[in-house]
Ligand binder design. Structure first.
Ligand code: SAH
Ligand code: SF4
Ligand code: F3S
Length: 474
């Protein structure tokens, strides 16, 4: 008989779907070192890899010179991201020359893109593993220990690592990433992700909720639900009465505790629904912040990018968000100089930025990626210096909006979750408000700790942060 999701969770399938790792850190005989590049998904995957390696007797170290196994979790999104990885490999070469027994593994999107070619191009690499093949890492490491170079870049339609409990790396103990889906079925013409991460699949909702509950019980106070396109989350096993949509999942996580904050990334403008927006509005602990990548403000370019929405559609989504949640902050991604972009079309991007008044943006110039639709169909014909100049215009306009938006916050009181001590002064706390803005304020005599909530009045702003003072403690 079909059941509701709530019932399945109440029946305490915890041990089945998600089992926190109980290892003893002193049991490790060998050490691994891991560095992650690219998006939050990659950082989250590194925590899965850490868990798999822990079970094989590998403990994490922060010093690669003492590691038996050095891993780079790589990104292919832009040419520059790949160059960074190649430069980093040079640093490992020196250590490997001194210690030939040290194994070097390349994980992630660049491993998936280049496959065995990586072994030819970078002689010091021993192991190449794609994002869906991390369970095979122990076997590959064992083979490599025997002197064999090894590769596994098989993509999967099912793998979500749902049963693997991530080992939190470099954690502040307050905020954590929780992966809810993998892959991407969109085919944005500029983007390499569908090729490096494979088909979209949603993770078992019960395992997600149990992971979030476990984090809360261990003192974490914020989870960020991760996917390339979270709004198309869809979990529909036969034993459930109703499919779990992203809105439903958000609600289930929000109900764990009012003291657990929920964020998510990334939303695609074509898929974010009113249902999601109403769920966000209904729960105070779902943060009022949406990252909604636009890429371009011009409809013809959006079409070439295969984003499947128009400028007007995007603007109407932004309007809808503000109608339902007037206090919701918005950020975006923008690409300058996509194939055939004219000066006028670039102006459309600037006017869209003006119109939306984003709180923050990630801005890039177009970088052609091998194998993508754009590489095969269009000419990368905007000269590099034009892309750069357009990017600078975009950045300078966006910065003026960020500064303006920050100034408007002066005098307001926000609930801030304390994430830790400010980097600049041990007398100050640093945290974020619901809108994802960093707030720094004096600790005072309140005896607070990280993970506590406080109400902070904003008194000034500099660059990307707000400064304030505590008005009350929650
Ligand atoms: N899944 C997310 C984005 C993942 S990639 C989404 O759809 O929004 C993060 C950002 O990198 C993209 O939003 C885009 O702005 C940028 N990007 C992706 N491919 C790029 C390329 N070839 N050149 C420049 N920027 C790119
Ligand atoms: Fe890339 Fe588009 Fe998928 Fe985002 S939605 S990962 S930009 S293909
Ligand atoms: Fe990079 Fe792969 Fe993420 S290409 S942005 S690490 S999905």
């Amino acid at each position: 008989m079909a059941e509701t999701l709530q019932k399945v969770i109440e029946e305490n399938r915890q041990g089945e779907a998600y089992e926190p790792f109980q290892g003893d850190p002193n049991q490790y005989s060998k050490k691994f070192y891991i560095e992650s590049y690219g998006c939050q998904m990659n950082f989250s995957d590194s925590e899965i890899v850490a868990s798999i390696l822990n079970e094989q007797g590998y403990g994490a170290t922060r010093n690669f010179e003492e590691a038996n196994l050095v891993l780079l979790n790589t990104c292919s999104i832009r040419e520059k991201a790949e160059q960074t990885v190649r430069n980093r490999l040079q640093a490992f070469r020196k250590v490997k020359d001194r210690n030939p027994g040290m194994l070097v593994g390349v994980l992630g999107c660049m491993a998936e893109r280049l496959k065995a070619k990586f072994l030819e191009e970078e002689k010091l690499v021993d192991i190449v593993v794609g994002p869906d093949a991390y369970r095979s890492l122990p076997g590959l490491v064992a083979e490599a220990e025997g002197g064999q170079k090894t590769v596994n870049v098989l993509l999967s339609r099912e793998e979500t690592y749902a049963d693997i409990s991530p080992v939190r790396l470099d954690s502040n103990g307050v905020t954590a990433f929780v992966s809810i889906m993998r892959g991407c079925n969109n085919m944005c013409s500029f983007c390499v992700v569908p090729f490096t991460r494979g088909r979209e699949r949603s993770r078992d909702a019960v395992s997600i909720i149990n992971e979030c509950k476990d984090l809360f019980e261990r003192g974490y106070r914020e989870v960020t639900l991760l996917g390339q396109n979270v709004d198309s989350y869809h979990y529909a096993p036969e034993n459930l009465e109703d499919a779990v949509t992203f809105a439903k999942l958000l609600e289930m996580v929000a109900l764990i505790s009012p003291k657990l904050r929920i964020r998510f990334s990334t939303s695609h403008p074509k898929d974010i629904t009113d249902d999601v927006l109403h769920t966000m509005a209904k729960y105070d602990n779902i943060c009022k912040y949406i990252h909604l990548p636009v890429q371009s403000g011009n409809t013809r370019i959006l079409q070439l990018m295969n984003r499947t929405y128009t400028r007007e559609w995007y603007l109407s989504k932004v309007k809808r968000i503000k109608e339902i949640m007037p206090d919701c902050a918005l950020s975006t991604d923008v690409i300058s100089g996509f194939c055939t972009e004219t000066e006028e079309e670039h102006q459309d991007t600037l006017s869209l930025i003006d119109h939306c008044g984003f709180d923050m943006a990630y801005m890039f110039s177009y970088s052609e990626r091998p194998g993508t639709l754009a590489e095969r169909r269009y000419e990368d014909d905007v000269p590099e210096e034009v892309k750069k100049r357009r990017l600078e215009e975009i950045i300078s306009l966006q910065y003026s909006h960020t500064r303006e938006n920050h100034k408007m916050e002066i005098g307001k009181v926000f609930e801030v979750l304390i994430e830790g001590q400010s980097k600049r002064s041990e007398l100050n706390w640093s945290g974020r408000n619901s809108q994802n803005k960093v707030v720094v304020f004096p600790k005072g005599e309140y005896g607070l700790s990280k993970g506590d909530y406080v109400n902070v009045k904003i008194i000034s702003t500099t660059g990307a942060t707000l400064q304030g003072e505590i008005v009350s403690v929650n």
